[in-house]
Design a protein around this ligand. Structure first.
Ligand SMILES: [Zn+2]
Length: 75
């Protein structure tokens, strides 16, 4: 019944960390979920407000070099 809503392109969203798809907004019992646009089994935010920040946090790839490593290289 409830079709996923596309997120406006002007809003920054990390791609799904598993498959690289852009997230969509899904509705469940009047609450919103930000989830992977390709696979509902991939990460989704807890139902509530549209929480793209939460999605971005969980789908952000950590850079290979951590600040600690960088400091060691400088020393
Ligand atoms: Zn995905």
């Amino acid at each position: 019944m409830n079709k996923p809503i596309k997120i406006q392109v002007s809003i920054f969203c990390e791609p799904c960390i598993i498959c690289g798809s852009r997230p969509v907004i899904a509705q469940a019992k009047g609450k919103f979920i930000v989830r992977c646009g390709a696979n509902p089994d991939h990460y989704q935010t807890p139902p509530g407000m549209v929480d793209i920040a939460n999605w971005n946090k969980h789908n952000h790839r950590d850079p290979d070099i951590s600040p600690t490593t960088r400091q060691l290289k400088q020393g």
